[in-house]
Design a protein around this ligand. Sequence first.
Ligand code: PLP
Ligand code: COI
Length: 354
Amino acid sequence: MTETLDIQITKTTHSRLQETDFDNLPFGKIFSDHMFVADYADGEWKNFQVIPYGEIGLSPAISALHYGQAFFEGIKAYKHADGKVVIFRPDKNAERFNKSAERLCMPTLPEDIFLQSLAAVVDIDRDWVPTQDNHALYIRPFMFATDPFLGVQPSATYKYMVLTCPVGPYFSKTLRVKIETNFTRAAEGGMGFAKAAGNYASSMLPGKTAVDEGFDQLIWTDARDHAYIEEMGAANAMFVLDGKLVTPSTQSTILKGVTRDTVIKLAQEWGVPVEERRVSVAEIVEGAKNGKLTDAFGAGTAATIAPVGSISYNGEEYFLIDPKEREFSQKVLKTLNDIKYGVIPDTHGWNFPV
Ligand code: PLP
Ligand code: COI
């Protein structure tokens, strides 16, 4: 049975809400008034607190800074027209949070603590949930190692925290993407399936290189042959090829996206054939050339449904049909938004009210 968590709440004496420009919300730069903090020590989670957002004092020797024992999650809360606030599928993130924890040799967090911590921060800052189209309160739970010790071994102490940010869409335009055949995001046996901070560190040079070449994002390929598609930047790669929804199966190198899972469930309900399997670069390039690739998008919490305008491979750029004319991703985007913003009934139990 779920026990109510004993959370000590300290409210801010100066809310920044009134001075925040909700018409100009750069992703991840504006934080709401409060944050959640908990400590792990002596084999248990304790000191559950909601406190004003702000700096925290830490030893410069903490192992998270040196060896990267750190990971995170990304979730969104939405406001309905009647003022109700919901968090979208946080139970899936709770599950993935613990998969990341296990892979990084860090303590797991009971699902009810995870869910109650999210509810606590969203509740106290519910006025920070934006109301404009395609806007949300982005929720960032994360955990990191806090032992001040320079030996390479799992830390005995950790911090778990949750921040929230009012945000608009992460990508504002149709993406020009490049299939990456040099760098690798993750290899079999590595930690690609975990939302480890280090995965994002290793993606920065390839990402910056792609941007310097004029692309918006890159498509990761398998570490061994660079012949199979894995993910698209910080989103899962999804395609409509020959009338079927095709997406790479989630083996150990791929993050099992909640958005990906949601899109697959909707497609199945609509009778669209779904193939979760290895997806070769060759078939995607061929489909882009012969017109059988009728849709391509990145699927993620921050990214939402991010349409791909063109795919480049080995110096050739292949253009896809105008995103507005794509039947599948347009329908997915509308249905997803209608569910999240409470326009249509949530028959799947995906919205967790706060
Ligand atoms: N893949 C990577 C590498 C990501 O960072 C994300 C974003 O969270 C996703 C996929 C999509 O996952 P989700 O839909 O759960 O946000
Ligand atoms: C998310 O969609 O939550 C992500 O993790 C993307 C993020 C790295 C900006």
